[in-house]
Design a protein around this ligand. Structure first.
Ligand code: HEM
Length: 421
């Protein structure tokens, strides 16, 4: 049996499939100081809940990489070269949502929840259906396609850009920006590549600013419009331009890649388990359960960070002030104390049981309703239209991006054969 020291955090094999590492930690060292980085990995559901419930001890004001999200003024001290590019080309924007604690966080969260309310998500259904049809229409029956490139990378982005009323003609431009951010986030990139990404990020921030100005001139019913006016319903201070840009950026970072990965992981299961695909065809009411189980098993957000605000301890392990603490959602989702036979994919799953895929507590995913709606519409459309879906390479050849915080399939070659009419 392996022990935690047998795993190297930055080994590409561990980075692209951390589940064995996380299980070893959960069983042998549930609060583990990772020696290379000095970060503490918390892997049991009960400890993760404790950390997520105590923002006064474990803060979300982390010092993020530029790609995780906005920097605020700390960027000037940390990376003056990058701060200078932002100041020259765009705006320095503040921390919002994921990177703030109560009470400041509460205002952002109230406003974001207002804009992504059940009513607002319901109103997005025709748009989501239209985008799903648009991408599916490009698949030829029986022909091999890369599902990641042709569908997963396109659908969530096509919805998020509608938030700001971007025209379809700008899709490829925004897709290039998103692609650049996410590929820079995955793996070590050169300083040159990093600065190129910063430059593109400025272009994106400026793009969003133009959209904000357009809504200031004329309301257009987009989610951006809703966000700009959400304070009228919540009684909060209106969001500034910098805050609006930051929130859009968080939506993009938190919403695009996670939904993309869930689509890919779910399709991988369907393409390798034909009996499950026919189950969804015969029982469309199981689609919701299939999605929850896909998120639980594959946990698109494998881990997210907090920082110890004071000297403290978790489960008897001392944590010094300033240490990074990773909440390993992907591990909690396989925690035997919470789920029976957690490594089994079960559909229908344990009814009503909440998993950790959308986080827990104060920062629980505000986009969960939108993600669930998008995923349901997409998988229902495949079950409806196609008679069979096959994986076009041996399953052992499928690879995940070498990024320990994500479960992103590099590609997924499949062929979908239409139902006989
Ligand atoms: C399957 C898809 C998704 C998964 C698995 C997912 C997962 C998560 C997780 C684990 C967190 C908590 C992070 C933490 O506490 O550190 C989170 C927060 C968040 N998510 Fe999602 N997410 C998904 C889709 C989306 C979408 C579509 C959006 C928006 C358009 C979104 C927006 C957010 C935001 C804004 C937060 C921060 C909430 C706050 O700070 O109060 N997510 N998400």
């Amino acid at each position: 049996m392996k022990c935690p020291a047998d795993f190297d955090f930055i080994d590409p094999a561990v980075q692209s499939d951390p589940m064995e590492f996380l299980a070893t930690l959960r069983h042998q060292a549930p609060v583990y100081r990772e020696p290379r980085t000095g970060a503490y990995m918390v892997t049991r559901g009960k400890d993760i809940r404790y950390v997520a419930e105590h923002h006064e001890i474990f803060t979300s004001y982390i010092d993020p990489s530029v790609f995780l999200v906005c920097q605020g003024l700390s960027l000037e001290e940390k990376d003056p070269e990058v701060a200078a590019i932002f100041k020259k080309k765009a705006r320095l924007i503040p921390h919002t949502l994921l990177l703030t604690d109560p009470p400041i966080h509460m205002r952002y969260r109230r406003l974001a929840l207002e804009a992504l309310s059940p009513k607002a998500v319901k109103a997005l259904v025709p748009l989501i259906e239209q985008q799903v049809e648009r991408f599916i229409a490009q698949f030829d029956s029986g022909k091999s396609i890369d599902f990641v490139a042709e569908f997963c990378e396109r659908l969530p982005l096509s919805i998020i850009i509608q938030f700001i009323g971007a025209p379809d003609s700008d899709f490829e431009l925004i897709n290039r920006w998103a692609h650049q951010f996410f590929s820079t986030e995955m793996g070590q990139k050169s300083r040159e590549e990093y600065l190129k990404t910063v430059d593109m990020m400025c272009d994106m921030f400026n793009y969003v600013e133009r959209r904000i100005e357009a809504v200031q001139e004329q309301r257009d019913g987009t989610l951006l419009d809703d966000l700009m006016h959400a304070h009228l319903a919540t009684g909060d201070e209106p969001l500034t331009i910098e805050e609006l840009i930051s929130i859009f950026h968080v939506f993009l970072v938190a919403g695009h890649d996670t939904t993309r990965q869930t689509l890919a992981s779910g399709m991988r299961i369907l393409a390798t388990k034909p009996e499950l695909f026919s189950q969804l065809q015969q029982h469309p009411e199981h689609v919701g359960s299939f999605i929850e189980e896909t998120i639980r098993m594959f946990s698109p957000a494998v881990m997210t960070p907090r920082v110890a605000a004071v000297d403290t301890e978790i489960d008897g392990v001392s944590i010094p002030k300033g240490a990074t603490v990773f909440l390993c959602w992907g591990s909690a989702n396989r925690d035997e104390a919470f789920f029976n036979e957690p490594d089994q994919f079960r559909c229908p799953n344990e009814s009503g049981k909440e998993h950790f895929g959308f986080g827990y507590g104060q920062h629980f995913c505000v986009g969960n309703r939108l993600a669930r709606t998008t995923l349901s519409i997409a998988f229902a459309a495949f079950a409806n239209r196609y008679g069979s879906i096959s994986l076009m390479v041996p399953e052992s050849e499928l690879q995940y991006e070498p990024a320990i915080n994500l479960r992103a399939l590099v590609s997924l070659p499949i062929a979908c054969v239409r139902k006989a009419i």
